[in-house]
Design a protein around this ligand. Sequence first.
Ligand code: PNS
Length: 155
Amino acid sequence: MCPGSYDPPTNGHLDILERAAAVFDEVVVAVLINKNKRGLFSVEERMEMLGEAVAHVPNVRIDSWYGLLVDFCRQNDIQAIVKGLRAVSDFDYELQMAQMNQQLTGVETLFMPTKPLNSFLSSSLVKEVATYGGDVAHLLPDNVHQRLRKRLAEN
Ligand code: PNS
């Protein structure tokens, strides 16, 4: 599984999903619901955007989850979590979560380095740049870019 907030999905996410789908028979993308954080997009919108962006990859399925990642994995018989790593700065917290999840239920976390092209990319930075009128078209799947433009125009 590839968990995340995906608010919104970026080209960095898409790259990891496509590469995970080339390694595993099936990839479940789970949008994690965080009740303390109001996103720019609803969980349903994020799932729709992801579904459109990975429509060309047959072995990817989109889902959502509220609660512990390990419980989602157990319920769906998932043995491995795949996480993209952009830089060493990502590693500290990701390592801690991977070790916690491993000792909770034995689920393994596999780290996949992002392409250097995407190493500076994050959903929050993309939103910030787009909010102030910066061009982010090349950083997002087309469908996501359209929706982001529309959402920011509404706000
Ligand atoms: O895209 P993000 O926001 O970096 O994703 C972080 C996410 C959602 C994968 C992480 O916060 C998470 O795993 N949340 C689920 C709750 C949980 O299991 N917490 C304990 C982690 S050890």
